[in-house]
Structure formats: C-alpha cells, structure tokens
Design a protein around this ligand. Structure first.
Ligand SMILES: [Zn+2]
Length: 145
C-alpha cells in the first residue's frame, strides 16, 4: 500500500497516530474530522496516498463511495440531519478526503453554501457562462471526449 511518511492520513491508515475510526472496508477508512463543522462530521479516505479523488482506481473509487454512503447512513440515523452534505477535497491535506457533514437548515455549512450560491449569481464572468450559447459550447467540449 503506497503511503507517504509525512502525511497525517497515511499515519492514520498505518495506525501510527490517533484517530476516531467509525468504519472501514478493504481500501478505505471513515474517521471523525477532528476539526468538525458539526457533531458527527466524518472524513472518508482511501488507504493509499492519492491526491485527488478522480485519480483513484476504479476499485478504490467504489470502495470509497460505498463507505461514504454507509457512513452517511450512520450519521443520518444518529443525528437525524436534513441531509448529509458531501464534498471532496485534497488541498489542505494533500491526500484525498470526502467530507460528510450532517447538515441542518441555517447551520454554518448551510450558510456557507447559500453564500457561495450568492457569489455564483453575481460576477460578470459567470453571467456569461449561463447563456444558452455558452452552455451548448461547454456541453459539446465535455461530450467530445
Ligand atoms: Zn497520505
């Protein structure tokens, strides 16, 4: 299993540092985020050191998202949030991780995404992208691959 010595998530996978494991399968691990947005905020990580989720192998991808879904089901059962938000990062800690955050109306994460939607509606450069001609061009670029 490829690990990186100075990576905190690799150390967790190797059991070299304390973590709060909430679930595991062959290729992935679900742990509590130690800087939670809310109680029950979890991270799901591949056991192999991979920077971005889209660089995972097909087997790792299935493992990671399967564990994410199972973990979200646990969060939903325990905390009864409106829903469990999911997003993938790898920037601050360069080992891809899926955030699973129990989300309630008007909590900090909800307000953050509402603010982001406000941002999305205002800049001129994004207004251009909403036009039908731009959307057709963008879809054609992605379809062509
Ligand atoms: Zn790592």
């Amino acid at each position: 299993m490829a690990v990186k010595e100075d990576c905190i998530f690799c150390k967790i996978v190797m059991n070299e540092t304390k973590s709060y494991c909430v679930g595991e399968n062959v290729l992935s691990l679900a742990i509590l985020d130690i800087n939670p947005f809310s109680e029950g905020h979890c991270l799901v990580i591949p056991k192999r050191h991979v920077l971005w989720w889209h660089d995972l192998t097909e087997e790792e991808n299935q493992s990671l998202f399967s564990l994410a879904k199972a973990t979200a089901a646990k969060i939903k059962k325990v905390y009864k949030p409106d829903f469990v938000a999911m997003y993938a990062r790898g920037r601050r800690i360069p080992h891809t991780h899926i955030f699973l955050v129990p989300t309630f109306k008007s909590d900090p994460l909800d307000r953050f995404f509402n603010a982001l939607e406000g941002f999305q509606e205002s800049p001129d450069m994004l207004v251009e992208l909403k036009k039908s001609k731009s959307l057709e061009k963008t879809a054609a670029k992605l379809r062509s691959l």
